[in-house]
Design a protein around this ligand. Structure first.
Ligand SMILES: Nc1nc2c(c(=O)[nH]1)N(C=O)[C@@H](CNc1ccc(C(=O)N[C@@H](CCC(=O)O)C(=O)O)cc1)CN2
Ligand SMILES: Nc1nc2c(ncn2[C@@H]2O[C@H](COP(=O)(O)OP(=O)(O)OP(=O)(O)O)[C@@H](O)[C@H]2O)c(=O)[nH]1
Ligand SMILES: [K+]
Ligand SMILES: [Mg+2]
Length: 464
């Protein structure tokens, strides 16, 4: 997999945009390929870690394609630990694709998604947790998510896992020594071994508990605003996202399609969906809109069931709530500016929180002067995070793959404890201890199959 020289566009390409684009080569022929297509005026040394100025030229036709800069990073001082050459051209899509094509004509192979980072992993510059952090960093949807990813890249997850695995290996060695040379060694200190195993399992559990935070930071939260027509759902979306993304009118049935807006709440990327007001209607278009509202609600992580403070909670809301009772729901009492006191609400059990808002105090303004948005955000954070967001290991946030491996390791260690308890022979202890070691090794990549690697790196973007 790791043979040959690969090439990819390293920057995001948008037609007619981007002031600079980078094409990146990695592998034994990177320099030779670059030399075929890059001409410097006068004599310039192709030294490592120096920028060269020149022109990208077609080697046969001598046609000049671009004025460019070139960066050579010779092995092992490069991202992949192979020879890397970057061609920094003008941006846009045409030039970078032409340069990419030239590199392929000169013998480079188009890189698979994540192949540069895969090589960095296979060549030992980074471990698997760091490789996954690089992917998270590029995919981050909030500064907090990026911060967690950079911590992972700096080894915040790798270090504790490597240490735990080393401790488990020490323990294994001690037990195996008793199997092999029973007569020559003092017997195992059972109290000590048991305490060590328990400590290992507990620390693994603490790291595994950061999975929820990781999931929130990576994937974010899908929030659907649901309710009867005209309660102010679209006004709420606009006020919250400080935009006029959704159409607002005094006419019930204004919103027909699901309208999406993205924002960040307490570091969590949030996708907010405004939906068509739910009611029985003979209007065919509106019927489709209502069906879409219901579908959006079912796909949401959290519902904002919005009501009009002047009307309160009615039978209609009870019916809507029955459909979504399995999803955490906040009741948003909107238009509180129009009432002197909010009526007593006869809410069903299971509602997570109630928040009062005034999403559109003054009509006809693009800069909504809303009330209650901060309370709404606080309510959301306390529901979804339940305190987990600010857990002790603030800068670790593992992914599902890592969580699954940690749970396997923890279960295996608990199995060892049970085996000891049942006074089974030493051979039995080592079986589960080895399983725990293997699971930890899967996280760092010390023990990982090619198919797992394929799965991880295929999710990367091309050029990474
Ligand atoms: N132009 C450019 N910018 C970039 C990258 C790149 O590849 N090219 N990066 C890529 O995604 C990131 C930077 N990451 C990098 C990580 C390691 C090495 C590297 O050469 N490491 C060697 C040498 C270190 C040294 O000389 O001390 C090493 O660790 O052995 C380079 C970039 C972000 N910016
Ligand atoms: N006074 C006051 N008016 C509001 C408030 N929220 C919304 N409105 C007004 O109520 C009307 C309906 O608002 P929308 O945001 O369109 O309501 P909706 O729930 O999206 O309506 P549909 O899309 O038709 O289901 C508009 O005239 C808004 O200006 C509020 O908090 N206070
Ligand atoms: K409306
Ligand atoms: Mg609307």
């Amino acid at each position: 997999m790791q043979t040959g020289t690969i090439v990819a566009i390293a920057t995001a390409v948008v037609p007619q945009q981007g002031s600079v684009g980078i094409v990146r080569l990695s592998g034994v022929d990177a320099v030779a390929i670059a030399r075929q297509i890059f001409r410097t005026p006068g004599r310039q040394e192709w030294e490592s870690h120096r920028i060269l100025y020149g022109y990208v030229r077609h080697p046969q036709t001598e046609l000049t394609i671009d004025e460019a800069l070139l960066l050579v990073m010779l092995a092992p001082r490069s991202y992949t630990r192979e020879d890397v050459v970057e061609i920094h051209s003008h941006g846009g899509i045409i030039l970078v694709q032409q340069i990419l094509q030239l590199c392929v004509e000169c013998g480079a192979k188009l890189a698979e998604p994540g192949e540069f980072t895969l090589r960095a992993f296979l060549n030992g510059r980074i471990d698997l947790t760091q490789a996954e952090s690089i992917s998270d960093l590029v995919g981050a949807l909030s500064p907090a998510a990026a911060q967690t990813a950079i911590a992972g890249l700096q080894g915040k997850l790798r270090k504790p896992i490597v240490r735990l695995r080393a401790q488990a290996l020490d323990l294994l060695a001690e037990i195996e020594a008793r199997i092999d040379f029973e007569e020559d060694l003092p017997p195992l200190d059972l109290v000590d071994v048991t305490a060590n195993l328990k400590a290992l399992a507990a620390e693994i559990g603490r790291i595994a508990a950061t999975a929820d935070r990781g999931e929130l930071l990576r994937s974010g939260l899908k929030v659907a605003i649901l309710g009867q027509p005209n309660v102010g759902k679209s006004s709420l979306l606009n006020a919250w996202s400080r935009s006029d993304r959704a159409i607002v009118t005094p006419l019930p049935g204004t919103t027909r399609d699901v309208v999406e807006s993205r924002l960040v709440v307490g570091g969590i990327p949030v996708q907010v969906l405004d939906t068509a007001g739910i009611r029985d209607t003979s209007d065919v278009v509106e019927q489709i809109g209502v069906a879409r509202s219901r579908a959006a609600a079912q796909a949401a992580d959290l519902i904002l069931l919005t009501i009009d403070a002047q009307i309160g909670w009615t039978e209609v809301e009870t019916e809507i709530y029955q459909e979504i009772a399995n999803i955490p729901t906040i009741v948003v009492v909107n238009k509180v500016d129009l009432v002197t006191t909010v009526p007593k609400l006869d809410l069903p059990t299971g509602i997570s929180a109630v928040v009062e808002t005034a999403a559109a105090i003054t009509a006809d303004t693009t800069e909504p002067n809303a009330l209650g948005i901060d309370c709404l955000e606080a309510a959301i954070l306390s529901i979804v995070a339940g305190g987990k967001l600010h857990a002790a290991n603030i800068d670790i946030a593992i992914n599902q793959r890592q969580a699954a491996a940690l749970i396997r390791a923890q279960t295996a260690l608990q199995q060892v404890l049970m085996t000891i308890d049942s006074q089974l022979p030493l051979d039995f202890w080592t079986i589960d201890l080895r399983e725990a070691i293997r699971a930890l090794g899967e996280i760092t990549g010390e023990e990982v199959t090619e198919s797992v690697l394929d799965r991880i790196f295929s999710r990367f973007c091309i050029g990474k």
